[in-house]
Design a protein around this ligand. Structure first.
Ligand code: 5GP
Length: 204
């Protein structure tokens, strides 16, 4: 039986902690693979080409858009980010579960093209806490802080376009919930149930 992999799409406002939760879930599981996006932003200290992102020039990125090489792409805070189409679809067809940690604009594009994906939205416990987390990173200028905070307000309204929400008040609890969602989705009765019934009948 060749069951297709699950496409797990995770978004949420800056400071909600989606990166931390995804990292935690990925460290617990060896049946979920992360897709490496392309971006035009500069690598940060310690980031590695091909691991964290494929760091490309704007020209290279635009060429890939023309070649329709992305499932989705979006401009996030002046930089372009995109999910490579071929590798993701290939892996899903092989039965691998793929996790995309992408912004809301990108997630909504994926939902149009691939509605069978699982769309998860990470929320902070409160807006106050979200502000504290963004300030706590210490990497923001007052302007970028203000920009991230006001976009967070707008972004939260998009939660109703997602299948699930997780309030990230504790990393462990939030990661447990994400695992539970993924496990439940893997057990959903979908079109391949016929294959499963056949498998049992052949055995019996
Ligand atoms: P950062 O530059 O901090 O790594 O990421 C900034 C934002 O871009 C985050 O919200 C992240 O989820 C989003 N992002 C990363 N990769 C992609 C992608 O391939 N597509 C889209 N649409 N957003 C992405």
């Amino acid at each position: 039986m060749n069951k297709k992999g699950l496409l797990i799409v995770v978004s949420g406002p800056s400071g909600a902690g989606k990166g931390t939760i995804c990292k935690e879930v990925l460290s617990r599981r060896n049946d979920i693979f992360v897709s490496t996006s392309a971006t035009t932003r500069e690598p940060r200290d310690g980031e590695v080409h091909g691991v964290n992102y494929f760091f490309v020039s704007r020209e290279e990125f635009e060429k890939k858009i023309e070649e329709e090489a992305f499932i989705e792409y979006a401009e996030v805070y002046t930089n372009l980010y995109g999910t490579p189409k071929d590798t993701v679809l290939e892996k899903l067809n092989k039965g691998e579960n793929i996790l995309l940690e992408i912004d809301i604009q990108g997630a909504l594009q994926v939902k149009k093209r691939y509605p069978e994906g699982v769309f998860i939205f990470i929320l902070p416990p409160s807006m106050e806490e979200l502000k504290n987390r963004i300030i706590g990173r210490g990497s923001e200028t007052p302007e970028s802080l203000e920009r991230r905070f006001s976009s967070a307000f707008e972004e939260i309204e998009f939660v109703n376009q997602y299948d699930y929400y997780i309030i990230n008040d504790q990393v462990k609890k939030a990661s447990d919930l994400m695992e539970a969602i993924i496990d439940a989705e893997r057990c959903k009765v979908i079109e391949d149930i016929e294959d499963i019934v056949k498998m049992f009948k052949e055995e019996g």
